[in-house]
Design a protein around this ligand. Structure first.
Ligand code: G
Ligand code: G
Ligand code: MN
Length: 510
């Protein structure tokens, strides 16, 4: 393949292989990450629900004490002191009970007859208050439940120790806090003022429907990755396996798709094989007599590729046939519209190979080609190289007959380098001999080559075949060939092979 920059191709291929390996791993990781987030979200919610239920139960029990004591509010402390203590003993979470009158405690389970103005009056929903501690245990948070009727009231307090225990035990791996109005309690038993911040991962907040408090559950930053690394190693191994498999598949698929045949078929469909035109001039007047169509591969990455690099392969695979067809169609589309302005029949040379002579498709291709031109405005010349001669069979005999009937001319290309016999030249109805460039290059340099050249010229004259000299580069060669009556000249001296549009511009300039 004509691939000049192999290392770049290889690095692209490596990149594609890597991408096909990484893609499943990355996609899978994203899915696992989302799954882990979902799992943590559910876990946080369940934990919050569990804690809420537990706190509701504890408050049910505690509030019951206040409810039972409320009718005693206003009564003499000495008479009801025992009832207050009984509630404390009977109820597991109740630490103390109090009776109130006119927003002041007048009776307490701890001190009996006692007087203290209430310092906190900002109970949430008039019922619940979380405080940092009281004068007896200033560092243990307390949750106070209060009931009021008129001036009388009853309070029961719940020890923060029990609350933080619940937060710790239910929370386990989950971070959990209890929020009561503007204050909150963390699992370490610490009292905090202000609203608690949201947790970085899977934050979940629930409010009790019975009491004015809420709980918040969640996880510290980075928990999703920690969870994945502890729970998903088997899935990760599977992902890596899939990644490796997909990488291997990607690698082989690429190898397949970049096979030369595939690449050339792609190029054919993409119309990357384009015609270049090289002028052929009359030997005497040096006026333009026609062109030879030379194929070029306009490769998107490799640039312009010379035919010697891909034609042998195209011949080997038989792709040369559709490639030449495309070349003929493009040439017809370019030159056809100009044909009415051609004065003498314009020679258009197309190179064909033995592949073209295996069936009659070539006749159809030539007919379609000729139809694109004004009648009689061109000679279509098929150039057959002498390097590999076409075997004369019944089929080829018929084929060349039909081509002849169509008015198609035949040229033997690279003449002098092979060994075509007179019988061969006659059998294929040859019209032109194209003298190989190697003989032209030796004019005035090598006497033996000059002799061969002269014999070719004589032979052509005897057989009444027109002669074309190829590879004319110097004025001396041109003069020599004109003196020897060579009919047509082709070479850099008159013009290099140029793209279609350029050739048309040059044509219309003349
Ligand atoms: O165009 P360039 O100068 O590179 O030509 C190199 C060789 O490729 C020449 O031998 C020429 O005959 C051959 N070649 C160019 N175009 C075609 C084509 O369309 N078909 C075939 N079979 N050979 C071609
Ligand atoms: O089909 P054929 O093998 O005749 O193709 C002609 C070949 O000769 C093409 O490769 C074309 O580019 C090349 N060519 C045409 N004119 C000249 C020239 O003057 N000098 C040299 N060196 N090559 C030429
Ligand atoms: Mn040729």
């Amino acid at each position: 393949m004509p691939l000049t920059d192999k290392s770049r191709k290889r690095s692209i291929r490596t990149a594609v292989t890597l991408a096909s390996a990484l893609l499943p791993v990355l996609l899978g990781s994203v899915i696992l990450y989302l799954q882990a987030e979902r799992t943590l979200q559910q876990s946080a919610r369940l934990t919050a629900e569990e804690a809420l239920k537990q706190f509701d139960l504890m408050l049910d029990n505690t509030s019951q004490a206040a409810r039972e004591l409320l009718p005693l509010a206003g009564k003499s402390c000495t008479d009801v002191e025992l009832a207050l203590r009984e509630q404390v003993t009977r109820r597991p979470f109740v630490r103390s009970t109090n009776l109130l009158w006119d927003n002041a405690i007048y009776c307490s389970s701890l001190f009996g007859n006692y007087h203290e103005k209430l310092t906190h009056t900002d109970f949430v929903d008039n019922r619940l208050l979380l405080i940092k501690g009281n004068p007896i245990t200033p560092d243990t948070a307390l949750l106070i439940y209060r009931l009021n009727v008129g001036e009388g009231g009853a309070m029961s307090t719940l020890d923060g120790y029990h609350l933080s225990n619940v937060l710790r035990m239910i929370g386990h791996h989950t971070l959990l806090i209890l929020q009561v109005g503007p204050n909150w309690l963390s699992a370490d038993g610490q009292f905090h003022e202000g609203a608690a911040q949201d947790f970085p991962v899977a934050n979940s907040r629930l409010e009790s429907s019975h009491y004015p408090f809420g709980v918040k559950a969640g996880f510290p930053a980075g928990e999703t990755w920690r969870y994945m690394s502890s729970e998903y190693p088997p899935l990760f191994s599977l992902l890596i396996f899939f990644g490796a498999a997909s990488g291997v598949i990607g690698h082989f698929l690429q190898k397949r798709t970049s096979s030369p045949t595939h690449e050339m078929k792609r190029a054919l469909e993409a119309m990357e094989f384009v015609p270049y035109f090289q002028a052929v001039v009359h030997g005497d007047s040096k006026k333009l007599s026609g062109v030879e169509v030379l194929m070029r591969w306009n490769h998107p990455k490799e640039g312009l590729v010379r035919p010697d690099l891909f034609i042998p392969f195209a011949e080997h695979t038989g792709l040369i046939v559709p490639m030449t067809r495309s070349l003929m169609q493009q040439t017809a589309a370019l030159l056809g519209p100009l044909s009415s302005s051609f004065q003498a029949p314009f020679h258009i040379g197309i190179n064909i190979t033995a592949n073209h002579c295996q069936n009659f498709d070539l006749v159809q291709d030539c007919r379609a080609f000729l139809e694109a031109f004004a009648p009689g405005s061109i000679y279509l010349v098929l150039e057959l190289t002498e390097r590999e001669l076409i075997e004369p069979t019944a089929l080829t005999h018929q084929l060349f007959e039909q081509l002849h009937d169509l008015g198609v001319k035949i040229a033997i290309d690279d003449f002098g380098t092979g060994h075509s016999s007179l019988g061969y030249l006659r059998q294929f109805n040859v019209d032109f001999l194209k003298i190989d460039q190697s003989f032209v290059a030796m004019i005035g340099i090598d006497t033996l080559s000059s002799h061969i050249l002269e014999s070719i010229i004589e032979l052509a004259a005897k057989l009444e075949l027109a002669l074309v000299a190829e590879g004319v580069e110097t004025q001396a060669q041109s003069d020599y060939l004109s003196e020897h009556n060579v009919n047509f000249l082709q070479g850099y001296l008159y013009g290099r092979p140029i793209p279609g549009t350029e050739f048309i511009n040059a044509l219309s300039d003349h």
